[in-house]
Write a protein that binds this ligand. Structure first.
Ligand code: GTP
Ligand code: MG
Length: 171
């Protein structure tokens, strides 16, 4: 069993390409109310969780909810790809403004595995090129994320996922 210690009143960033298993991991290890997902906010502002034109409005709401939850001392998990340093930076900024810690859980899944999983999905329409671009972003992220104000970076391969348990701890 691999224990992933995360801040009980802080922020957890899930990081991984589409198909890496972020939403599945979130549903397995966290309560629904603890998980703030970009898909959910895209759906709220557009009626369609896949509507990329809704991204800016969705993230405006997502950031606001993260801000309010952290201010209220609630463990908050962001279920979005978070493969771009700019996406992580804006969330780290919200955590810092609330004086709470940020940990990342990276789902480091081979591109071929993610593409294969996505092929079987009915809730995703994007092709392999999207995952390829995200995989490039993730590769760069694995080099830089430890210098971005994230306290712990838990990197999980597909083999690690089944044996992982999340342990919220008070700082
Ligand atoms: P996006 O929301 O598109 O960014 O993807 P995601 O990272 O949230 O992936 P999601 O959790 O939706 O999983 C994608 C597909 O892979 C789903 O069909 C899941 O059932 C499957 N899946 C997720 N985690 C695992 C896993 O650990 N093992 C296996 N075999 N399949 C998984
Ligand atoms: Mg998802």
């Amino acid at each position: 069993v691999r224990e992933l210690r995360v801040p009980a009143n802080g922020l957890v960033l899930l990081v991984g390409v589409s198909g890496s298993g972020k939403s599945t991991f979130a549903a397995t290890h966290f309560a629904p109310s603890q998980v703030v997902s970009s898909d959910a906010y895209r759906a709220i502002v557009s009626g369609d969780a896949n509507d990329q034109s809704a991204t800016a409005d969705a993230f405006e709401l997502l950031h606001h909810v993260v801000d309010v939850r952290l201010r209220r001392g609630l463990l908050t998990v962001v279920d979005a790809t978070n493969v771009q340093s700019s996406a992580r930076a804006s969330l780290v900024k919200v955590a810092k403004a609330n004086h709470v810690l940020v940990d990342a859980i990276v789902l480091d899944v081979p591109e071929s595995v993610a593409v294969e999983r996505n092929r079987a999905r009915t809730d995703r329409e994007h092709g392999a090129h999207v995952v390829a671009r995200q995989r490039g972003d993730l590769r760069r992220s694995l080099r830089s994320i430890r210098k971005e104000g994230v306290r712990r970076v838990h990197v999980l391969t597909p083999e690690d996922v089944a044996g992982a348990v999340v342990v919220p701890e008070r700082p």
